[in-house]
Design a protein around this ligand. Structure first.
Ligand SMILES: Cc1ncc(COP(=O)(O)O)c(C=O)c1O
Length: 441
């Protein structure tokens, strides 16, 4: 069946994730190919990837080292049991990944997605306190507007209302600190906003309310992505770290989008110089090619579990596909590509150009804020009165027609291009977006 026949005849059975299904199926947007910075649509157009897929294809598309590694691995060892058995590439990838992290983060647990990484980290945190004899520390603290995937733990600590409100009471024993978005003081920030370190003090309110002896961990995205790019105010993450330290609370950074070069350093941990106890990752770990996630933890957490009789399982958790051989091969091919092309730090070289280009949209129609960090940018639009999200969604559709892929959340446009983007392609993103915004109601 030709692509166009598929597009018109056969779209009903697939219930699409996080998609306006009826709108899509009336006017489908299908990609059939991808190479480097571009997607090819079913009707043969080239679309410039302004979002690295879903924040995951950091090295761009169709990268030969990754493709070849995956092909070789499938032919050589397609699957090995993940429990009580191993295969060399999982250990090799773990060693190379932990070498990218600052000390004392030196162990890694494999999962298959960001959502699974979050569940794993939350369970690890609670279990860690228990194996140390502090079993009362079970409470988890998230943040308003946080996104930590879609499983029950993740939506419980998450703070995006639409992702939570349909699903009942969620996990017990969860609370949230306030978010840091503050346009009245921080609009048009370049990099980290100047104001708002004191929002971290909200954690003290919860510590006083619940007593620290009941709190296992705090989880935040160092830069909140899915909620529309909320960049931490200067001093905020440092303050969160200090409060956690003071009260024996673990700090989890959800680096599912900030990991693997997005901020111009391998991880946000490096960019902000704040070291958490656990780091959740996924997406860029395999350049989006094969599903995979990873949770990093400190030696202190790992060692706490390594007690008791040696024939006993230390942590009753894992997935059939944890450390899947093909995902590990993709991960190794991805790290090779990142390292050979300097992609984990290329964002730092481009960040200044990216920032200036984005902020040139300050006077574009409907724009009420522009903000950026590393190779992330957000353009916040004035919502249409009574119809929130509609203006940004229209921008997304028109941008696609005009040959660029952007993402929207609420009335915020987010961009996070592959780290191989060239300056003329940054110009194309911004020029096209200006035209799109000019044409919007
Ligand atoms: C910070 C963060 N955590 C978790 C997730 C969930 O990842 P996945 O969709 O792979 O489950 C995402 C996805 O965008 C994310 O941005």
């Amino acid at each position: 069946m030709s692509h166009s026949a598929l597009a018109t005849n056969n779209l009903e059975a697939f219930w699409m994730p996080f998609t306006a299904n009826r709108q899509f199926k009336k006017n489908p947007r299908l990609f059939v190919g991808a190479k480097d910075m571009h997607y090819t649509t079913a009707d043969g157009r080239q679309v410039l990837d302004g979002t690295a897929g879903l924040w995951c294809c950091n090295a761009g598309h169709g990268r030969p080292k990754i493709t070849e590694a995956v092909q070789r691995q499938i032919a050589e060892l397609d699957y090995a049991p993940a429990f009580q058995m191993g295969h060399p590439h999982a250990f090799e990838l773990a060693a190379r990944l932990t070498a990218l992290m600052p000390s004392p983060i030196d162990h890694v647990f494999f999962t298959n997605s960001g959502s699974e990484s979050v569940e794993t980290a939350l369970k690890m945190a609670i279990a860690y306190h228990r194996v140390r004899g502090e079993g009362a520390r079970t409470r988890l603290i998230g943040r308003e507007r946080g996104y930590h995937g879609v499983n029950f733990g993740g939506i419980s600590v998450g703070g995006i209302v639409a992702n939570r409100k349909m699903f009942g009471p969620l996990l017990a024993g969860v609370d949230h600190i306030r978010h840091t978005h503050d346009l009245s003081r921080n609009a048009w920030s370049r990099g980290q906003p100047e104001n708002g370190a004191e929002y971290a003090e909200d954690l003290i309110r919860l510590v006083q309310l619940h007593d620290p002896s009941t709190i296992a961990a705090v989880i935040v995205e160092p830069v909140a992505g899915s909620t529309g790019v909320l960049i931490p105010p200067k001093g905020y993450l440092e303050r969160l770290r200090a409060i956690c330290d003071q009260h024996g609370i673990l700090l989890i950074f959800d680096e599912v989008i900030t990991g693997f070069g997005r901020l111009g350093s391998p991880f946000a941990v490096d960019h902000f110089g704040v070291t958490p106890d656990l780091v959740t990752t996924a997406k860029g770990i395999t350049n989006g090619v094969i599903p995979m996630g990873a949770v990093f933890c400190t030696s202190q957490i790992h060692e706490a579990f390594m007690t008791g009789p040696e024939h006993l399982i230390e942590f009753f958790h894992g997935y059939t596909y944890s450390g899947h051989p093909v995902a590990c091969a993709a991960g190794l091919g991805t790290l090779d590509t990142y390292e050979e092309e300097g992609l984990l730090t290329r964002g730092a070289e481009l960040a200044g150009y990216w920032e200036d280009a984005l902020h040139s949209l300050r006077d574009a129609r409907h724009v009420i804020d522009v903000r950026n960090i590393g190779l992330i940018g957000a353009i916040e639009l004035e919502p249409i009165a009574g119809e929130p999200t509609k203006r940004a969604f229209s921008a997304f559709l028109k941008a696609y027609d005009a040959g660029i892929l952007i993402r929207t959340t609420g009335d915020i446009i987010a961009m996070s291009p592959p780290l191989i983007i060239e300056k003329h392609q940054i110009d194309q993103l911004v020029t096209t977006l200006r035209d799109v915004l000019q044409g919007l109601d």
